[in-house]
Ligand binder design. Structure first.
Ligand SMILES: NC(=O)c1ccc[n+]([C@@H]2O[C@H](COP(=O)([O-])OP(=O)(O)OC[C@H]3O[C@@H](n4cnc5c(N)ncnc54)[C@H](OP(=O)(O)O)[C@@H]3O)[C@@H](O)[C@H]2O)c1
Length: 323
């Protein structure tokens, strides 16, 4: 059915779950029906805030709920595989936060379970679905300003070390690379494809999580210079220097923002008039896939997710980051 209402569940009620639920409420023919936390009171509060009729204190109970069509996995990275598989085995369509899992082996296992159970699975890399990013992808791919000569992309902010926070906790996949380094890497892979080779170096906290990671992706004639850091405030921009102009995705390039084109000394900034936080775009795409009975996204394909995690694995091997 073209307009079938998609009934959503959310697992792991932290920071991103709140943003997802806020944007879900703006989408037509979609409804939050169940949420699950390890803590009953937290589940009740979240359910009340976002009008979910059910609030579970167990992730498994949500996975078993027959009224749920799709589940958004919003737990820390190290649980993505376990929680995705739990839902897939109960025939739920799964939209799982980035990074899809901790390594390629885990991602391949998740994809295999999705295929065995004949259900939809997608990595929630929201940037791929944002209008300003699609606009830039089109500009780069159409070579409107000629070939790309260089890409510079960073993602950085300064945060006090806190071993209670998911961001720094090595046991749950903490560190800059998997959390935010994935975005500059995504910018390179989605526009320039797979690099021929990678150079990388990193600095680490005492607990072994990476505080900063510098990467150079070497392509045939050009380089992508990428960086992630959780100890330094950075512009968090993606700048494509092309033969006949510069395409700049402005501050916080991975989320709703503006794009500046610099051509022949003239600058023009395009405003995409975003009205939401930006999670509705990936969710609407996912809802449509579900309505069309698709098992894989044509945008965030399994192949792309595998290349993304393979690249993260390669960088980790170079910098000596093991989980
Ligand atoms: N796409 C984006 O823009 C974006 C932005 C931020 C984060 N993310 C991704 O989303 C995931 C969650 O990030 P977040 O910032 O929302 O994290 P968060 O605020 O720490 O929330 C994670 C939630 O996971 C659940 N959880 C289950 N086991 C846990 C454990 N052992 N330790 C901590 N939490 C546990 C908790 O929910 P309950 O207590 O309710 O069970 C917790 O609230 C990460 O993989 C991250 O990369 C994506």
């Amino acid at each position: 059915m073209k307009n079938r209402k998609i009934r959503w569940g959310i697992i792991g009620l932290g920071s991103i779950a709140n943003k997802f639920a806020t944007d879900l409420a703006t989408i037509k023919n979609a409804e939050l029906v169940a949420v699950a936390s390890r803590n009953q009171e937290k589940a009740h509060e979240f359910a009340k805030k976002y009008n979910s009729k059910k609030a579970y204190n167990s992730y498994e109970a949500l996975a078993k709920d027959v009224e749920v069509d799709a589940v958004y996995i919003a737990t820390p990275h190290s649980f993505h595989k376990e929680h995705s598989i739990l839902c897939l085995q109960h025939k739920k369509a799964v939209l799982c936060e980035k990074p899809f899992a901790m390594n390629l082996e885990e991602v391949e296992e998740m994809i295999a379970v999705a295929k065995e159970n004949n259900v939809l699975l997608m990595e929630a890399l929201w940037t791929y679905f944002l209008p300003h990013y699609i606009y830039v992808l089109d500009l780069v791919k159409s070579e409107k300003f000629g070939e790309v000569l260089k890409l510079e992309a960073d993602f950085g902010f300064s945060r006090e070390f806190d071993n209670n926070s998911r961001l720094f906790k090595k046991e749950v996949g903490g560190g800059s690379l998997l959390d935010i380094g994935i975005y500059p890497i995504f910018a390179a892979l989605s526009t320039l494809g797979k690099p021929n080779s990678i150079d990388a170096n990193a600095t680490f906290f005492d607990n072994g999580a990476d505080s900063e990671c510098n990467m150079t992706f070497n392509y045939k004639d050009i380089k992508a210079v990428l960086k992630s850091t959780i100890v330094e405030d950075m512009a968090t921009e993606a700048i494509f220097t092309c033969e006949k102009g510069i395409i700049k995705i402005n501050t916080m390039f991975h989320m709703p923002t503006t794009v500046t084109i610099i051509e022949k000394g003239k600058e023009e900034t395009i405003d995409f008039n975003y009205k939401t936080i930006g999670y509705n775009f990936e969710t609407e795409h996912f809802n449509n896939l579900l309505r069309e009975n698709k098992k894989e996204s044509n945008i965030m394909t399994f192949e792309f997710s595998k290349n993304l995690i393979k690249t993260l694995d390669s960088v980790r091997e170079i910098i000596g980051l093991e989980y």
